[in-house]
Design a protein around this ligand. Sequence first.
Ligand SMILES: O=C(O)[C@H](O)[C@@H](O)[C@H](O)[C@H](O)COP(=O)(O)O
Length: 262
Amino acid sequence: MATDGAVPGPAASKWNRLTFDTEEDVAVSLAKYTAELSAKFAAERGAFTAVLSGGTLIETLRKLAEPPYLETVDWSKWHVFWVDERVVPKDHVDSNYKLAVDGLLSKVPIPTGQVYAINDTLSAEGAAADYETVLKKLVKDGVLAMSTETGFPRFDLMLLGMGPDGHLASLFPGHPLLNENKKWVTHIMDSPKPPPQRITFTFPVIKSSAYVAMVVTGPGEAGTVKRALSDEKTSPLLPVEMTILQDGEFTWFTDKQAVSML
Ligand SMILES: O=C(O)[C@H](O)[C@@H](O)[C@H](O)[C@H](O)COP(=O)(O)O
């Protein structure tokens, strides 16, 4: 059972809240939504740029690796990125790349050259700069779109999670990185969520997305979801509340436990 809600944001942007009975129902709907956007952009642009988070998001994407999507999705058009990544070896248990490979990417035939992991031999600062260089080349190559409104890259779909403190990516409440408005990719050395060293997309990039799915299931963030979805705003806004798309569609994918305090 899904319900919609009305929402704020720039006139060109849309905002939806979908609530399902169970996490399983969220997973079923998220796979359909992702597969449909994949087909849309593959047809329109000949490529589909999909950005993954760490955390439970990969588990909630599990239905994509099952029929019918295994056969019906044109995986050759996919280009996969990470909205944030821990600065650890790619085979480390804390790696978001490892998490995604184990949970999804090893099960679907995306060309390996179209999965963009960080260079794990570099420092956090170096890896962020290197990742930004990779993105800029993909813009030149016509794989990654640019937002004409913001001058930042415009990813087709970002699949995001939210922490109990309202963080997304590695953009944490009260952190100076929330104000970064020049770089596409930056680095953090003191992440309150371990491990401490990460790279992360900046807000201008996230806000330039064509589609964002904010996937929150279970009771763990119910209080933060209540605050994020409340009309009464308290200052300072949480990072998730700051994520107002410039010209895109933001959709909450939640289960009943996640919205149980609304
Ligand atoms: O690298 C990370 O840790 C993630 O990208 C992070 O932003 C995650 O999405 C949230 O912390 C939600 O995590 P859960 O889905 O596990 O609640």
